[in-house]
Design a protein around this ligand. Structure first.
Ligand code: F0G
Length: 458
């Protein structure tokens, strides 16, 4: 028999998680204003809110924490991470930041001004937030296939080069801040961008003199999909693929909380010394001195080690494989999930599950609440609440897809946990017609409302 694949690590430390009753959960979620962000973590049994900062660090990463150099300036930890970034990603210049959105804040302070447009593939919400906060506009150029959850396209994160060229052609050069390529594309379902597409974007943007910035939170998972799905890429190793991917970028922002497998951290990496010099000023102002950028030296060390671990093929195979395992089990129960399965999460099509509830009553949020009450599982809404209101008209922007995301932390849960999640969701799916009401907003923040919104049951 062919040997089955198994995780390339074993577990040295465990953390208890708390079980609860349905009655307790009904009370807790009500007290939380039906917003899962407001729950206490011990009110959750399996936490799939995010894969960000929730992964398990390795023994080597913990060892690196002990070796952190906490000097204010010129710490060896800074040089260790600088060397890892040069080695793996190929960028000469880098700025540490405390997380991904901080990298956006610093870089966009240089690149984005009022009235600008920023084309890209389904910008993540903090990315869009930082663009709109500066009175600029994010333009979505993702391929149309991405918005049909049932089409099996291998690279649903791809940009439509015709849509991109329309944006580039119809705006003066100085009005286009940059092109942002998000790898993998979180908002379109953890879907990868192909190498050919990255190359195409770079060529096109180059023709118009516009820089290309990769939002790289899940770059290693993207590389795994390129290796396993893209014609002509199978024989390259992950690190070769990663190096080629970034050769098509002028710079990158990184949330290290994902594919550097640490609990906090981020960075910007750049090629252009002039852009680096300008961004450095904002880094010092918002984050900290250039050699620590809001992080401890130990954090920089753990990120450097994590970048190497995340670009290991067997690690990626088990990681992406576990996500697919959950997807397969859900598909087996008839639950409509986005295909192909994403790299970090499974996205359930809430519009299909709860088609009998009006979209104005937030179908994906309703599904998240139901799954929590069913089994103590915390997912997250990627739908109309997160899409928020149009900055000009202040009307809710109903996105094409209403999704519930179940994001899997890295190296944290076992496949038995995945089975538990699948059965719980199967139960919710079976009783979907008994779910007869959704939610209304009682309180909301002016921007990025989903984090703090309060809801009431209709
Ligand atoms: N870009 C992408 C594609 C992301 O998914 C995230 C975070 C960020 C940027 C911002 O990074 O959180 O370190 O400030 N995504 C998390 C999520 C929050 O749950 O998907 P951050």
């Amino acid at each position: 028999m062919e040997l089955p694949f198994a995780e390339p690590y074993r577990i040295k430390m465990v953390e208890s998680i708390r079980c609860s009753t349905r009655e307790q959960r009904e009370q807790w979620i009500k007290d939380a204003g039906y917003n899962l962000f407001n729950l206490r973590s011990d009110q959750v049994f399996i936490d799939l809110l995010t894969d960000s900062g929730t992964g398990a660090m390795s023994d080597k990463q913990w060892s690196e924490m002990m070796l952190g150099d906490e000097s204010y300036a010129g710490a060896s930890s800074y040089y260790k991470l600088k060397a890892a970034i040069q080695d793996l990603l190929g960028f000469e210049y880098f700025l540490p930041t405390h997380q991904g959105r901080a990298a956006e804040n610093v870089l966009f302070s240089v690149l984005v001004k009022a009235g600008d447009v920023v084309p890209g593939n389904s910008h993540f919400d903090t990315t869009k937030g930082h663009i709109e906060f500066r009175k600029a506009k994010a333009i979505d150029c993702t391929i149309d296939e991405a918005f049909n959850t049932t089409i099996e396209h291998p690279f649903k994160g791809n940009l439509d080069l015709n849509k991109l060229e329309d944006v580039l052609k119809n705006h003066p050069r100085e009005q286009v801040s940059m092109v942002i390529v998000t790898i993998t594309c979180n908002s379109s379902g953890g879907q990868p961008v192909s190498m050919a597409n990255m190359k195409g974007v770079k060529e096109l943007a180059g023709k118009y003199g516009v820089p290309v910035i990769f939002d790289s939170a899940r770059f290693a998972e993207n590389a795994y999909f390129i290796k396993t799905r893209e014609e002509g890429q199978q024989d390259k190793n992950i690190r070769e693929i990663v190096a080629e991917m970034f050769s098509y970028a002028d710079g990158m922002t990184m949330s290290s909380k994902k594919d550097a497998i640490v609990n906090i951290g981020g960075f910007i990496a750049l090629r252009d010394p002039e852009l680096f010099r300008k961004a450095s000023v904002f880094n010092i102002m918002f984050e900290g001195f250039l050699t620590y950028g809001g992080l401890a030296g130990r954090d920089l060390n753990a990120i450097a080690q994590g970048l190497y671990e995340a670009t290991d093929f067997n690690y990626l195979k088990s990681r992406v494989g576990q996500v697919a395992l959950l997807g397969q089990k859900l598909t087996g129960f008839g639950v409509p999930v986005q295909l192909p399965y994403g790299g970090h999460a499974i996205f359930i099509d809430a519009s299909q599950v709860l088609s009998h509830i009006p979209k104005e009553h937030f179908r994906a949020q309703t599904l998240c609440v139901e799954l929590y009450i069913e089994a103590g599982i915390r997912g997250v809404e990627i739908g109309a609440i997160m899409a928020d209101r149009d900055p000009v008209t202040r009307e809710t922007r109903y996105p094409t897809l209403e999704l519930m995301r179940l994001a899997i932390p890295r190296r944290t849960y076992t496949n038995d946990h995945m089975n538990y999640v699948a059965v719980a969701m199967g139960n919710v799916y079976e009783r979907r017609l008994q779910i007869t009401s959704g939610y209304a907003i009682v309180e909301e923040a002016p921007i990025m409302r989903h984090f703090t919104v309060k809801l009431s049951k209709i």
